[in-house]
Design a protein around this ligand. Structure first.
Ligand SMILES: [Zn+2]
Length: 207
């Protein structure tokens, strides 16, 4: 069911130019006819704070001890969500391709962590961030994002389990997102936009 908040948020994203149409190369290597440039919608701190408050309002689980986000995409919304919960904010980043905690960030054993991202696409960065936390003895109790476009993700499978539907505690933790987007994803070899010879744009933050 769409709430007014979702409709308003979608309109706000569109007004920011954050919902792009075309032919995009995602960080997963998949192609898509649309792309959400969340940073354009999060550039307004008051709006970012509003989105974070809504994420907190939709959370039905235990209070987290901290919020953990993968840099760079998760930094703004993660920080605002930590503020909304009144807890600390840490971030992971890539070092030689592997997700890790740097900068002296530590996690207490058993600390309850919610992972917060701008967009769930394949779940890869969420999964890697969760693994980073679990390796250090923390407990991942949930994951949140502004946008969820993960439903069509082809990198998720039974051998690589991760929650695939909002609210499904598939892998031990539930997911919360504010906005679901068109989930169309193409493998490069099956991409109809490639077949039409549309120029491929790489809009993401990685690479
Ligand atoms: Zn393509």
């Amino acid at each position: 069911m769409q709430t007014n908040f979702e409709e308003e948020l979608r309109a706000y994203f569109a007004a920011c130019g954050a919902l792009l149409q075309g032919h995009f190369l995602l960080s997963s290597g998949l192609h898509s006819p649309n792309y959400a440039q969340c940073a354009l919608a999060l550039k307004n701190p008051a709006k970012a704070a509003e989105m974070a408050m809504e994420l907190k309002a939709r959370w039905r689980g235990q209070k987290p001890d901290l919020i953990l986000s993968p840099a760079v995409g998760g930094l703004i919304i993660g920080h605002e969500t930590a503020r909304a919960f009144g807890v600390d904010f840490l971030f992971t980043e890539r070092e030689n391709g592997a997700m890790t905690l740097r900068r002296g960030f530590g996690l207490k054993k058993g600390a309850k962590v919610i992972i917060v991202e701008d967009v769930f696409t394949t779940g890869k960065s969420t999964r890697e961030t969760a693994e980073t936390a679990v390796k250090r003895g923390a407990a991942v109790i949930g994951a949140m994002s502004v946008i969820n476009r993960m439903g069509g993700a082809v990198t998720l499978s039974s051998t690589n389990p991760f929650p695939t539907a909002e609210g499904t505690p598939h892998c031990g933790f539930p997911l919360v997102s504010l906005l679901k987007l068109d989930l169309t994803l193409y493998k490069p070899e099956d991409c109809p936009l490639c077949a039409q010879k549309l120029p491929l744009v790489k809009p993401g933050s990685r690479g």
